[in-house]
Design a protein around this ligand. Structure first.
Ligand code: FE
Length: 226
């Protein structure tokens, strides 16, 4: 039995393996559990729900439907909260949604500069980097540099719009539909929609290149300095 398993009945990794955020969460969970303020099983159930039942697959279905159904796309543009709810995705941290659509000349990026506001109902729990001070500040100061760090180099004349999420309003990015996807079903299209493409730190995958992190069409501009 590991130290942690002895300590609070869970088979977690040792704290030394954790990043600072996870270590802080672990410490808080331990204290709150010891004081009898929370039940670790209840915490696990919530995490399980948001990691496995609510996750970016929800958002991917929203995007795929917008790609194939212009009426739905229009609804999503006008009233994202209602359009997303029509697919059954409702709940905490998704009460007021706005969908921002990438176009040929505009790429959208979402951030919460203040803390970690994130559209849980469509994207699940945020990645650790989304909550990092470096991402939260650099996404605003130097969005192009942030995208480059994610391996995404956009043409210089592509405008990057940064959307600052709040407790009241959460954004999701609708990436552009990749070319050569004409014959694909909605389910097949949804598989091309990554979490990062809905945050704006990535774009949708090319069919047949489903490895995580594969980006296409990532346009490299010679001399762009990244
Ligand atoms: Fe926040």
């Amino acid at each position: 039995m590991t130290h942690d398993a002895e300590h609070h009945g869970h088979d977690h990794h040792h704290d030394n393996d954790l990043d600072p955020f996870a270590a802080r969460v672990r410490a808080l969970e331990t204290i709150l559990t010891e004081k009898g303020l929370i039940d670790p099983a209840a915490v696990d159930a919530i995490v399980e729900t948001y990691e496995h039942k609510v996750g970016p697959r929800n958002g991917a279905r929203v995007v795929a439907k917008a790609w194939v159904d212009p009426k739905f796309a229009d609804w999503l543009k006008r009233d994202a909260t209602a359009a997303i709810a029509s697919l059954g995705y409702t709940g905490r941290q998704g009460e007021h949604m706005q969908a921002v659509f990438n176009t040929d000349d505009t790429h959208n990026l979402i951030v919460c500069t203040l803390c970690s506001c994130y559209p849980w109902t469509v994207l699940g729990v945020p990645p650790v980097w989304y909550k990092a001070p470096s991402y939260r500040s650099q996404a605003v100061i130097n969005p192009r540099g942030v995208l480059a760090e994610f391996g995404l180099v956009l043409p210089e004349d592509t405008r990057i719009r940064v959307w600052d999420s709040t407790a009241e309003l959460r954004y999701m990015v609708v990436p552009m539909r990749p070319v050569e996807t004409d014959g694909l079903s909605e389910d097949e299209l949804a598989r091309l929609v990554t979490r990062d493409s809905m945050i704006g730190t990535g774009i949708a995958l090319r069919p047949g290149s489903l490895e995580p992190g594969a980006l296409w069409p990532a346009v490299s501009i010679p001399g762009a300095g990244v």
